[in-house]
Ligand binder design. Structure first.
Ligand SMILES: [Zn+2]
Ligand SMILES: [Zn+2]
Length: 288
């Protein structure tokens, strides 16, 4: 069986519709369920059919159905393991669903950095899980025989409670980088001794990069101080990348804030695709 990654959500932590927001996009999503977007998460099916969830968002029930639907399965998926990048809201607010109040799991394998696990233990959030800490830049298998490996890649991200990692998923034919959140390119690239995004992605030996595309540009959030929520904007990322050339990795932007015009079909999405880069879609599949 092919190792398959399914994108179970493409939105930033708040999802679409976003709490407290009456913008046109959020109101349209209230009216029309097909316009709703879940917070980011990936579902990876191993070559032995085992199912591994990356990020546990509050949209878990819908995401477990979406995952089954994309794989052509009946019912919903029950994951065999969960892995996490960091402890910000949208990445962990589904963890409680695995506990007694809902699914009643015990000993479900959970993988994250030592600092993330320590913070979750302090919050008494590890009850349903058998947690294993994964060392940065070291490959691990979320289950024996799953036919792929994962690897945590440290990235800077206003780490108030615990650290943050991107995750590489290495399948038998292709590897994907999942980088939903980081503060800025200079720090991320500097931390890994890379001089450009291209060089870093090539050092990491990935074929597909799912990159933080939270905001299109810095004018997007009126009324919020953007320095409180730092992310490289998509305009900055594509200015650094320029046009896609032969041999480049595939880049798909994820973690889109409800305010991001890439959620629509306007000029911004056109500008991106003219350069050869993409906006990820919810339910999109990647064979690894
Ligand atoms: Zn996030
Ligand atoms: Zn909105």
């Amino acid at each position: 069986m092919e190792v398959t990654l399914v994108l179970l959500g493409i939105a930033q932590d708040g999802g679409v519709p976003h709490a407290g927001c009456s913008c046109a996009r959020c109101m349209a999503a209230h009216a029309e369920p097909s316009l709703r977007r879940h917070p980011v998460a990936c579902g990876i099916r191993g070559s032995d059919g085992s199912l591994h969830l990356l990020e546990a968002s509050r949209s878990l029930p819908d995401q477990m159905r979406l995952w089954a639907e994309v794989l052509g399965a009946e019912g919903v998926v029950n994951p065999d393991s969960v892995s996490l990048t960091h402890v910000h809201l949208g990445h962990i607010d589904g963890l409680g669903q695995f506990g007694n109040e809902v699914m009643g799991c015990s000993e479900l394998p959970l993988f994250a950095s030592a600092s993330v696990l320590e913070e979750l233990a302090n919050r008494k959030a590890l009850g349903p899980f058998n947690a294993t800490d994964a060392a940065p830049m070291e490959r691990f298998s979320p289950s024996e025989g799953c036919g792929f490996e994962m690897e945590l890649v440290p990235v800077p991200h206003r780490d108030e409670y615990a650290d943050t990692h991107a995750v590489i998923i290495r399948g038998p034919s292709r590897s994907a980088l999942f980088l939903p959140d980081h503060d800025d390119w200079d720090q991320t690239l500097g931390g890994h001794g890379a001089s450009s995004i291209r060089q870093w992605l090539s050092d990491l030996e990935v074929d597909i990069a799912l990159l933080d595309g939270s905001f299109w540009d810095s004018s997007e959030l009126s009324g919020r101080d953007m320095s409180e929520i730092p992310h490289p904007t998509v305009t900055e990322t594509i200015a650094r990348l320029g046009e896609r050339v032969e041999g480049d990795v595939e880049i798909h932007f994820i973690h889109l804030n409800h305010s991001n015009p890439l959620l629509g079909k306007g000029l911004e999405a056109e500008e991106l695709s003219d350069l050869g880069w993409q906006v990820a879609t919810q339910g999109q599949q990647f064979a690894l």
